[in-house]
Design a protein around this ligand. Structure first.
Ligand SMILES: [Zn+2]
Length: 176
């Protein structure tokens, strides 16, 4: 921070005080001894998403929001459901304390939460996220939901992920 009086870049801190989420520093120019004040505020840590192809992209809350909103289109949900969902996912991501998170982690987080909120939205999001390769993979996902509805424990939904993984593996091996 340049001295406002003479433009000297160096200054020494003669006093600093914490004011909640910011720190006030009293500075003195080392050249002309002019005194001035700066405020330092913590900026939200940026979070990077590692995409499937290995590229990194800054976490985009709006993008997450619109992806979920699309899946939830015309579904009967209380106002604020999507906002709350995005907020919870965001808190989860930041609480991992990492600067880079694989996109698959976010996908799984959305999928598992949507499964608890709305099954149609869940299938919509999962079909995009897991890229169901054919109708049988989709059918399997629906069957899994129906099974879990008929009293199976929540873990009964795990085969969906496995089925999708299997489908993906299949596709991968085809590509080779
Ligand atoms: Zn100065």
């Amino acid at each position: 921070m340049k001295c406002p009086s003479c433009g000297e870049p160096e200054s020494k801190v003669i006093d600093s005080r914490s004011l909640g989420d910011e720190i006030r520093r009293r500075r003195e120019c080392i050249k002309c001894r002019f005194r001035f004040t700066t405020y330092e505020r913590l900026q939200n840590r940026s979070l990077y998403i590692i995409k499937k192809d290995g590229r990194r992209e800054e976490f985009d809350r709006d993008k997450l929001f619109s992806g979920i909103r699309k899946a939830c289109e015309k579904r009967p949900m209380p106002t604020g459901t999507i906002e709350k969902l995005v907020e919870n996912i965001e808190v989860d991501l930041y609480s991992l304390g990492k600067t880079e998170i694989p996109s698959s982690h976010i996908g799984k987080s959305v999928v598992s939460r949507l499964a608890e909120i709305d099954h149609i939205a869940y299938i919509r999001f999962a079909s995009v996220y897991y890229e169901f390769s054919d109708i049988s993979a989709l059918k399997q996902a629906v069957d899994t939901l129906i099974d879990s509805k008929s009293g199976a424990p929540l873990s009964g939904q795990l085969p969906l992920i496995n089925a999708a993984e299997i489908a993906r593996q299949k596709r991968r091996s085809k590509q080779r």
